[in-house]
Design a protein around this ligand. Structure first.
Ligand SMILES: NC(=O)c1ccc[n+]([C@@H]2O[C@H](COP(=O)([O-])OP(=O)(O)OC[C@H]3O[C@@H](n4cnc5c(N)ncnc54)[C@H](O)[C@@H]3O)[C@@H](O)[C@H]2O)c1
Ligand SMILES: [Zn+2]
Ligand SMILES: [Zn+2]
Length: 393
């Protein structure tokens, strides 16, 4: 089959690789019909290169049709239309029982001391072959895949794999009071969707921050107030001015480790990306390689006693953090990969013809899978108005 493979920094290619097969009774194989490109893939494209191996199949936002199931997969049969969560969880352990599927105790990658494995996401997360491919082997398929109705086009359901539950959890963890206020830093797919969900769930004021004009315009068109980072020297002051001098009740960081505006972090990431193998891996996961400007802004913007919800991905050991300010402002802090299946029952009823979250035209670009190299480059450069790119094998 054809698959998108990582070959090196800013180098992805479409290659011919062996078709996946059912290996365990709990496996399924699906034929991919749509597969998303995510901001998390961009980290692999550029700064997390030490954690990648040439030939790794990328991608973690799949939907498609079941081809084959193992003997223990009883809720699916060939021909079923499914969306697959980006993490692999068992659905029946202590953690899964609490809706913490990203911490699944059956599948945790213990070798590296991290949580559940992720499709197409570095050796740290299990080196599982990813979903930007014609076919995908789905482990723990007795639990993971979500059956969706036939009929509506793929984009109606595709974002259940990642964008929707991630944005939903970001809003949930932000704990915005009824009629309260929230700032969303970063208006890529995750931040954009978090704005929509916050408004849908009754936030009175949603302030979105980014520096890409099309992204600001998209969020504004759906009811967020927006601030262009490039027009404000003091973004915290700008938000306070809009909120009676207090800051917002909550802040969602939907940027993560590659935030603009931190030259030191950028240098550390570049160095990490240049070192050989094991050493670079250490620098990546143990040294201060995260660019913290979005998180620092969140600490400044949130009102005293408010909540910060991090959904942007961080991967190093950040130091120093303004502990005095965090403590003094009495800030609540929540974060993590989204526990996809925990939120599916909340989200699925919204994916109807009314399309309250605007998923039907959420993607800005649909490209054939063979154009993955162009898709990555366009998405990274935010060229051609690209916000969400969906590829089709
Ligand atoms: N927690 C999860 O489960 C989960 C799931 C998916 C994605 N993510 C992470 O969420 C983040 C966003 O993903 P995405 O797909 O929306 O990616 P993206 O790269 O398209 O979006 C990031 C946005 O942040 C903006 N930005 C950069 N620096 C900024 C700054 N200092 N202030 C304000 N805006 C800034 C960029 O212009 C861009 O629009 C990534 O870090 C991704 O890895 C986490
Ligand atoms: Zn993703
Ligand atoms: Zn589990």
């Amino acid at each position: 089959m054809k698959a998108v493979v990582w070959q090196g920094k800013r180098d992805v290619q479409v290659a011919e690789v062996p078709d996946p097969v059912v290996q365990e009774p709990t496996d399924a194989v699906i034929r991919i019909t749509s597969t998303g490109l995510c901001g998390s893939d961009l980290h692999l494209y550029e700064v997390l290169t030490p954690l990648m191996t040439p030939g790794d199949i990328l991608g973690h936002e799949p939907m498609g049709v079941v081809e084959e199931v193992g003997s223990e997969v009883t809720h699916l049969k060939p021909g079923d239309r499914v969306v697959v969560p980006f993490q692999i969880a068992c659905g029946s352990c202590f953690m899964c029982d609490q809706g913490l599927q990203t911490q699944c105790e059956t599948t945790q990658v213990r070798e590296h001391g991290v949580g559940a494995p992720l499709y197409g996401y570095t050796k740290l997360y299990g080196a599982v072959p990813g979903a930007q491919a014609e076919y995908l082997r789905v482990p723990q398929a007795q639990y993971g895949p979500v059956k969706v109705p036939d009929g509506p086009h793929d984009d109606r359901f595709l974002f259940l794999s990642d964008v929707l539950p991630t944005a939903w959890q970001a809003v949930e963890y932000a704990d915005v009071p009824k009629g309260g206020t929230v700032t969303v830093i970063g208006l890529g797919p995750i931040g954009d969707m978090a704005c929509r969900i916050a408004l849908h769930r009754g936030a009175r004021q949603v302030i979105g921050i980014d520096l890409v004009p099309e992204r600001l315009a998209r969020a504004r068109a759906r009811g967020a107030e927006v601030l262009d980072l490039t027009e404000h020297d003091d973004i915290g002051a700008a938000v306070r001015e809009m909120t009676h001098g207090r800051g917002t009740d909550a802040v969602i960081d939907a940027v993560g480790m590659e935030a603009h505006g931190n030259p030191a972090g950028k240098a550390a990431q570049t160095v990490g990306g240049m070192l050989p193998g094991k050493l670079a891996e250490k620098v990546m996961t143990k040294a201060g390689v995260d660019r913290l400007s979005a998180f620092q802004a969140a600490i400044d913007i949130v009102r005293r006693g408010g909540t910060i919800s991090l959904s942007g991905l961080y991967g190093g050991a950040a130091d120093p953090l303004p502990m005095l300010t965090l403590f003094d402002k009495q800030i609540q802090l929540r974060m993590g990969q989204a526990n996809v299946k925990r939120w599916v029952p909340d989200i699925l009823p919204l994916l109807t013809d009314e399309d309250v979250l605007g998923v039907d035209d959420f993607a800005t670009h649909h490209l054939p899978l063979v154009q993955a190299p162009e898709a990555y480059e366009m998405f990274q450069k935010k060229a051609d108005g690209a916000v969400k790119v969906v590829m089709r094998p």
